[in-house]
Design a protein around this ligand. Structure first.
Ligand code: GLY
Ligand code: GLY
Length: 295
């Protein structure tokens, strides 16, 4: 039976957190992804559908609602990976598409490349028929307020991991990056093995947190390597987060396993998550236990 788990970004709790909206947004994304799986769709289709729902929800730092860079402009990163073929696609620093995750998929399936960045990625979007959106239309009042306050506690990267009825795994991640980042800054999210990694023999993982730490640790690849060496999922997740904390960073990880189990862990106070397990149990959490393995 298929299963899916989504996240809406690890971070500290903040006064303008809307816990109910974050949980509800994650729940509808998990539901959208699960609907794809229930209809016999692939794990890749499911994670794309779930992340699109989160990109369209203005409460998250991805797609609509992305944070602004130091020049007050949105630059979005996204990637996804098919754990069965090890195909991957990613975009970095895109400005004019509403759903960067679908552009990442187009890079994977409709170009010979894995990662396209900046104006070249936006131009590729036009050639592949993605409507050009006015970058201002993605800017929410909340993102504007956070930019003006130079808030460092803005999180809300989104991600999804899934296993389908044929035991195929996939992972997807999308973000606006960090508030006030330098123009051109690329985080972990579009980097395969950092923000996103999937291998149907081992697991599918999506990371959130401060990209500069996640990149240096190649965090999702590290997690799958620990599983490959026989570590239990909870132990492997803890070990990865301990490394992030040792470097002075913070992060959260979600994981789907080939047998359909789902797990997450975070070093932060919050990380909204929602899931539908392989036995059909649905749920959501915002804070609560920092590490969970669902059957
Ligand atoms: N730094 C943004 C996030 O991962 O939530
Ligand atoms: N984790 C998202 C970022 O740092 O951009």
């Amino acid at each position: 039976m298929p299963a899916i788990l989504v996240h809406g970004g690890a971070g500290p709790t903040s006064p303008d957190d809307d816990v109910a909206a974050a949980e509800a947004g994650c729940q509808s994304a998990a539901k959208a992804g699960h609907a794809v799986l229930s209809e016999g769709g692939s794990a890749l289709d499911a994670v794309e559908a779930a992340v699109r729902a989160l990109e369209d929800d203005p409460h998250f730092n991805a797609g609509t609602g992305s944070v602004l860079n130091a020049e007050g402009v949105i630059e979005m990163d996204a990637s996804l990976m098919d754990g069965t073929t090890l195909s991957a696609g990613a975009v970095a620093g895109v400005r004019t598409v509403a759903n960067p995750i679908s552009l990442a998929r187009a890079v994977m399936e409709r170009s010979p490349h894995v990662l396209l960045a900046g104006p070249g990625a936006d131009a590729f979007a036009r050639r592949r028929g993605f409507p050009e959106v006015d970058p201002q239309s993605l800017v929410t009042p909340r993102a504007r307020r956070r930019f003006e306050a130079r808030r460092q506690d803005t999180h809300g990267t989104v991600g999804a991991v899934a296993v389908d009825a044929q035991s195929r795994l996939a992972a997807a991640t999308s973000t606006g990056g960090t508030n006030g980042k330098l123009p051109g800054r690329v985080g972990d999210t579009p980097l395969i093995g950092c923000g996103t990694c999937a291998d149907s023999r081992l697991g599918a993982a999506s990371a959130t947190g401060v990209g500069e730490y996640i990149i240096r640790l190649t965090l999702t690849r590290r997690l799958l390597d620990l599983l490959d060496r026989g570590q239990a999922p909870g132990v492997a997740l803890d070990a990865c987060l301990a490394e992030v904390v040792r470097l002075g960073g913070e992060a959260g990880l979600i994981l789907a396993l080939p047998d359909g189990r789902l797990a997450w862990a975070r070093s932060t106070a919050r990380m909204p998550v929602s899931w539908v397990t392989s036995s059909g149990q649905a749920g959501a959490a915002f804070s609560g236990p920092r590490a969970v393995l669902l059957p």
